[in-house]
Design a protein around this ligand. Structure first.
Ligand SMILES: Cc1cc2nc3c(=O)[nH]c(=O)nc-3n(C[C@H](O)[C@H](O)[C@H](O)COP(=O)(O)OP(=O)(O)OC[C@H]3O[C@@H](n4cnc5c(N)ncnc54)[C@H](O)[C@@H]3O)c2cc1C
Length: 398
């Protein structure tokens, strides 16, 4: 049997490392080129639903993940003004029983570190830091990734896993038009001991209001509370995970909201602000020996909490396709064909949730109760989420 191909991956984020690990497990040689000088404690919480959990568990990561995740009993909807609470859906045992895997919340840095350690355990030199890929050259028998520092790395395929502002995507298809949604998301972490007992519960909470919504859930075995507050504001257009704002500014965006929301915001250690940009799904991701993965392929609004899950699913399906097809370009086409429709549907579902969460009907308590009863009826919620959680990237046809 001929040697397995050498796969180049631009970006050591959640998707790039998941792909690297899935490829290494199947005997491929992998080189991951990452722009950052060091990989550190960045970001806050991400939600991993059963579909993402299947993929991570197939990579042997369940024991490590268990030590740092939080598995909430369920999710609730709360009303911005009165704090009235409705059940959204059960998680915990229900997720395990219905979808065959848990739904858990995890600090992005913890998930990232677990993936990185697992990659290094198999291939200690697989990840090169300080290597920003700025282009590539394709030849008849391979592809060369070109880095800004002048280094060139040759392989059989190049995977652009370089995030929402992907250079590889731009090189393949040109600039991707982005629409500013008029929404700004505040993100932050709260040490749990700062919160009153009533807010320390092991559930995920979605507050909904006429011009915004707030999501919070526990992390790191309950030591931290993750906060994401989305407000309608059009004076901030920077799409970044690292721009800091002030507590006063965040409070101002949720003026008039329930005291519990104010308490959460007042206790955020460092509030980060992030402008939300929407993009339509791409018609294609692959040309020859080059393809895209994760946010580079299908950037999404966060309203389905599927950005990280999609990138992890991509990694496992990509590795399965490369293992199943001897011809590299054919494998990349098979990967795109297996993933494009699902990810486009998820991007559209997140866009739909943006208007659902911020609906004007939520302005007064009576209208809100009617709206919540209609929009979050059990049958409708199942219809919106079952197809997302039922998907198993380890088993789908490739
Ligand atoms: C610093 C950071 C913090 C985040 N925090 C959160 C969070 O708190 N909650 C949440 O839900 N999501 C967060 N995200 C986004 C989330 O990780 C992604 O939406 C999701 O996991 C999809 O993963 P991805 O691998 O496609 O992209 P990402 O995880 O964004 O990874 C992309 C990687 O590519 C690297 N890269 C970019 N350009 C180049 C280039 N030209 N050459 C080489 N490498 C390049 C980046 O440095 C990064 O490591 C964060 C992303 C980043 C980068």
């Amino acid at each position: 049997m001929s040697a397995r191909p050498h796969i180049l991956i631009a970006g050591a984020g959640i998707g790039g490392l998941s792909a690297a690990l899935a490829l290494l497990a199947r005997g491929f040689r992998v080189s991951v080129l990452e722009q950052a000088r060091e990989l550190g404690e960045l970001g806050a919480g991400v939600q991993i639903s059963a579909n993402g959990a299947h993929a991570l568990f197939s990579l042997g990561l369940e024991p490590a993940l268990q030590t740092v995740w939080c598995e909430p009993a369920g999710k609730e909807i709360r009303l911005w003004s009165t704090g009235e609470t409705w059940k959204l859906f059960d998680l915990g045992a229900v997720s395990r029983q219905r979808y065959g895997a848990p739904y858990f919340m995890i600090h992005r840095a913890d998930l990232h570190l677990i993936l990185l350690r697992a990659v290094k355990a198999v291939a200690p030199d697989a990840v090169t830091l300080n290597a920003r890929v700025c282009g590539f050259e394709e030849h008849s028998s391979g592809v060369t990734a070109i880095c800004e520092n002048g280094s060139r790395v040759m392989g059989d395929a190049l995977i652009g896993a370089d995030g929402v502002h992907s250079r590889i995507r731009n090189a393949l298809f040109g600039d991707m038009p982005a629409r500013f949604t008029g929404l700004l998301a505040w993100r932050g972490l709260i040490p749990m001991e700062r919160l009153p007992e009533r807010l320390r519960r092991q559930v995920g909470t979605n507050w909904v209001g006429p011009g915004g919504h707030v999501v919070h859930y526990p992390l790191r075995g309950g030591a931290l509370m993750n906060f994401v507050g989305t407000a309608e504001r059009d004076d901030w257009r920077v799409e970044s995970w690292t721009e800091q704002g002030t507590t006063e500014e965040a409070l101002n965006d949720f003026r008039g909201w329930h005291e519990d929301v104010q308490t959460l915001i007042r206790n955020i250690e460092a509030p980060f602000k992030w402008a939300l940009l929407g993009r339509d799904p791409l018609a294609r991701w692959t040309i020859g020996r080059v393809t895209l993965l994760g946010d580079a392929a299908h950037p999404t609004l966060p309203m389905m909490a599927q950005g990280a899950n999609m990138s992890i699913e991509d990694g496992v399906v990509l590795a399965r396709c490369l293992a199943a097809h001897d011809d590299v370009p054919a494998a990349l086409q098979a990967y795109e064909a297996a993933r494009r429709e699902r990810t486009a549907r998820l991007v559209r579902a997140a866009n739909d949730n943006a208007s659902r969460f911020h609906n004007p009907a939520l302005g007064d308590a009576e209208g809100a109760a009617r709206y919540v009863d209609t929009e979050w009826q059990e049958a409708k919620v199942k219809q919106r989420y079952d197809w997302v959680f039922e998907y198993d990237p380890v088993k789908v046809a490739v």
